[in-house]
Design a protein around this ligand. Structure first.
Ligand SMILES: NC(=O)c1ccc[n+]([C@@H]2O[C@H](COP(=O)([O-])OP(=O)(O)OC[C@H]3O[C@@H](n4cnc5c(N)ncnc54)[C@H](OP(=O)(O)O)[C@@H]3O)[C@@H](O)[C@H]2O)c1
Length: 225
């Protein structure tokens, strides 16, 4: 069975993706900041190995790469992310903004650089990035400067990556996972983590190179940039 490496596997969408890939027999390399404290993750049955990573830190990403080694990674699933500050125009927190850029943009790019060789060595050669519909400039309703701009920047970085690595056979694409009932999405969010993860897993299983550079909803429908 294929191998998937998932960041932010301790809770929320990343935990549910871990559960569903593992339940389907995939080999899951589940990375999070505190594997020892991630009791829900450690309770997942199947071929799951936990690893430590803080995507904010280049040294931590290098340590993850060293721990995983050269094994092939069919799907690199960059899920870890933060909301950052929710401040309005009169209340912009530049430190929080820098932090969100580090976690939501630099983090997945660090991980992708570190694991590009592992992905290229695999059969599927897929890189998946959990972005957000809030990245869409076409559909921007205002507010959430920090989160929106970090995910828009992620989309552009992934688009560039998709052009460069696409020539080597990599398929790199972005998802909006839905408004999902997690710590980030809130208790009244309409989409359950099980629904979001099942939708994205189904799309991932059917990805082809023609999907390189696409921005899709968790049900597979295209989203406006
Ligand atoms: N929920 C939604 O409605 C929604 C909508 C659109 C997009 N998204 C995106 O979906 C992804 C998952 O969100 P979620 O709803 O599952 O959020 P969540 O419940 O808040 O979980 C976030 C995950 O990211 C991890 N993480 C945060 N910073 C990290 C870092 N520096 N290094 C490594 N891991 C880190 C967290 O680890 P710890 O447990 O260690 O904190 C946790 O596992 C994010 O990229 C988010 O932006 C979510």
């Amino acid at each position: 069975m294929p191998t998937v490496l998932i960041t932010g596997a301790s809770r929320g969408i990343g935990l549910e993706l871990t559960r569903q890939f593992a339940a389907d027999g995939w080999t899951v390399l589940a990375a999070c900041r505190d594997p020892d404290g991630a009791s829900d993750l450690r309770a997942v049955s199947g071929d799951v190995t936990t690893f430590s990573v803080d995507v904010d830190s280049a040294d931590s990403v290098t340590a993850l790469k060293n721990a995983v080694g050269d094994r092939a990674v069919d799907v690199l699933l960059n899920n870890a992310g933060i909301i950052g500050s929710r401040g309005s125009f009169d209340d912009l927190d530049y430190d929080a903004w820098a932090g969100a850029m580090n976690t939501n943009v630099f983090g997945p790019m660090r991980v992708s650089q570190a694991f590009a060789g592992n992905v290229l060595a695999s059969d599927r050669k897929q890189m998946v990035f959990i972005s957000s519909k809030m990245a869409s400039i076409a559909e921007c309703g205002g507010g959430a400067y920090v989160y929106r701009s970090s995910k828009t920047a992620l989309n552009m970085a992934v688009k560039c990556l998709s052009v460069e690595l696409g020539s080597k056979g990599v398929t790199a694409m972005m998802f909006h996972p839905g408004h999902v009932r997690t710590d980030m999405g809130g208790a009244t969010a309409p989409v359950l983590p099980t629904e979001s993860a099942a939708g994205m897993k189904g799309v991932i299983e059917n990805l082809t190179t023609s999907d390189n550079g696409r921005f899709l909803n968790f049900d597979g429908t295209p989203l406006p940039w």
